[in-house]
Design a protein around this ligand. Structure first.
Ligand code: APR
Length: 251
């Protein structure tokens, strides 16, 4: 990786009118949050079975096991701090974040919740598994064990999207529109291997956006990249974003 690629990436950002950031688990890795498939660390799916812990079938089979696993992740998040990558993004208030991450580290770093689109939900909340509409924020340090929904007596479960479940409609529509109309998509810390979310990169590219990828290694986003900055996002983002204020909506 040479600095002239960084300079070229800065140039693309300087000329862009509507930049959008699309992020995955790698953005939070330097905060101590495990990724899912990263080959370099103990990624979650190399240690746990996603079908047993992150699917409606797994929850139906053993709801207490699923809640205990998410509560372990919640307690890890309770001890985590935003890293330099989150903070660099938070210094760009007009830059909209489309994230696959269910953590709240972008908001903790100072991103406006209105500018963070959680495609895969939010681990800091529980919701009714029977879709009665009940939701409540949980205490990440002392998350509640498996319990019934106070409104309809179904089970409460983390307000995250499990394998086989649909993405939240409003967030998906927002992300789809942003990807179609951006002229630069900053793809940070994602294997780009899970759809429909990863399809946003193809969508942006088909609509003429330049694609800048930041990752510690090559990924499924690499073939789509105009430029690839290989290395930790906590190192690249501060120097990449220092120049000027970016915006996701052309003024
Ligand atoms: N900086 C940048 N990239 C990093 C860093 C880092 N410090 N550390 C790891 N990475 C990269 C890895 O190389 C990998 O390509 O982050 C990527 C993480 O990929 P995944 O673990 O697959 O995470 P993600 O792409 O977010 O997964 C998408 O899959 O299981 C579902 O719901 C889950 O939202 C998740 C989705």
């Amino acid at each position: 990786m040479t600095t002239d690629t960084l300079e070229q990436a800065r140039q693309i950002l300087q000329q862009a009118r509507s930049v959008v950031c699309f992020s995955g688990a790698g953005l939070s890795a330097e905060s101590g949050i495990s990724t899912f498939r990263d080959t370099e660390t103990h990624a979650l799916w190399s240690r746990f079975d996603p079908m047993k812990l992150a699917s409606p079938e797994g929850f139906a089979e053993n709801p207490a096991r699923v809640i205990d696993w998410y509560n372990w992740r919640r307690q890890t998040l309770a001890l985590a701090q935003p890293n330099a990558g989150h903070r660099a993004l938070a210094r760009q208030p007009a830059l909209i974040q489309i994230t696959q991450n269910v953590d709240n580290l972008l908001e903790q770093a100072g991103c406006s919740p209105q500018h963070v689109i959680h495609l895969h939900g939010d681990i800091t909340e529980d919701r009714c598994n029977d879709n009665c509409g009940y939701r409540e924020r949980v205490d990440l340090q002392n998350p509640p064990p498996l319990r019934h929904c106070p409104r309809c007596d179904g089970w409460l479960r983390p307000a995250v999207v499990w394998f086989g479940e649909s993405l939240p409609q409003r967030e998906w529509q927002q992300a789809d529109t942003l990807a179609r109309h951006s002229d630069c998509l900053l793809v940070v810390g994602t294997s780009a291997s899970v759809y429909p979310a990863a399809g946003l990169i193809h969508l942006a590219r088909r609509n003429g956006a330049r694609i800048i990828v930041i990752n510690t290694q090559r990924s499924d986003a690499s073939p789509l990249a105009d430029l690839e900055l290989i290395g930790p996002s906590g190192q690249w983002l501060p120097s990449l974003l220092q120049e000027r204020q970016l915006s996701s909506t052309p003024n």
